[in-house]
Design a protein around this ligand. Structure first.
Ligand SMILES: [Zn+2]
Ligand SMILES: [Zn+2]
Length: 200
C-alpha cells in the first residue's frame, strides 16, 4: 500500500459517518433486522432480511475490513434460520418472539420431514409438552376404558327385556347366538337405574 493510500485510509477512519460513505453503509447495515413474514398459532417463521445473502456477506467483509468484528459477525448470521417460537399472552396477542439464531444442529425435522425450527430451550419445551399431552391422553383413555367396563358390568346385572337374557348373562340373537353388544333396551334400562341411584 502506498503511503498516500494509507494516509487516505487513516483519514477516512477518522471521518464522521455523514462524510464517510463506508461508515454510512456500515451504519445502515447495522440497522438491518430479520422480520417474520408468517405468523400463525404461536409461531413466527419465514424470517426475511431485506437484503440478499451476497450483499450481507459483502457488508460483513466490509465491516471486518474496517475492524468492526461484532457487526461482521451479526451480518454473517443475520440470515440464518431462527427459532419460530412466539410466547403469546392470554388474549392471544403476541407477547414475545424468540427469533434466536439457530445452529446447524438445531435444524431438525419431524418424522414426516416437516422442519422444526426451535432453539434448544423451546425444543425441549415442545418435547415436554408432547410428553405431557401423551401422558394425559393415555390417562383419559384409561379412564374411559374403566368407565366402559363399569357400564358393561352394570348392564349385565339387568335382565334384558328384548331377548329375555337373565341378569349376568349376555344378550342373544333370535337364533340364540351371543350378541357382541347388549341390546339397546337393556342398556337404556341399566343407564336409567344408574341415574336414579345417583339422584337418590
Ligand atoms: Zn426459542
Ligand atoms: Zn338382550
Amino acid at each position: 500500500m502506498s503511503n498516500e493510500t494509507k494516509s487516505a485510509k487513516l483519514r477516512s477512519v477518522g471521518k464522521k459517518p455523514s462524510e464517510d460513505p463506508v461508515a454510512a453503509v456500515l451504519l445502515a447495515a447495522s440497522k438491518l433486522r430479520a422480520i417474520p413474514t408468517y405468523r400463525n398459532y404461536g409461531q413466527a417463521s419465514n424470517w426475511i432480511v431485506p437484503a440478499r445473502d451476497s450483499l450481507l456477506i459483502s457488508l460483513a467483509d466490509l465491516a471486518e475490513a474496517r475492524g468492526d468484528e461484532a457487526l461482521a459477525e451479526t451480518l454473517r448470521k443475520i440470515n440464518r434460520p431462527r427459532c419460530t417460537h412466539v410466547d403469546e399472552d392470554e388474549d392471544g396477542d403476541d407477547a414475545e418472539i424468540c427469533a434466536e439464531i439457530l445452529r446447524d444442529r438445531d435444524l431438525r425435522t419431524t418424522e414426516h420431514g416437516m422442519p422444526i425450527r426451535l432453539c434448544p430451550r423451546h425444543y425441549l419445551e415442545m418435547l415436554e409438552d408432547d410428553a405431557e399431552q401423551a401422558r394425559r391422553w393415555k390417562e383419559e383413555q384409561r379412564e374411559q376404558q374403566e368407565k366402559d367396563r363399569a357400564r358393561r358390568e352394570r348392564i349385565l346385572k339387568v335382565p334384558c327385556e328384548r331377548c329375555e337374557a337373565p341378569a349376568g348373562q349376555k344378550c342373544r340373537t333370535a337364533k340364540g347366538v351371543f350378541c357382541p353388544e347388549p341390546h339397546d333396551a337393556r342398556c337404556k334400562t341399566a343407564d336409567r337405574r344408574t341415574r336414579l341411584e345417583v339422584e337418590n
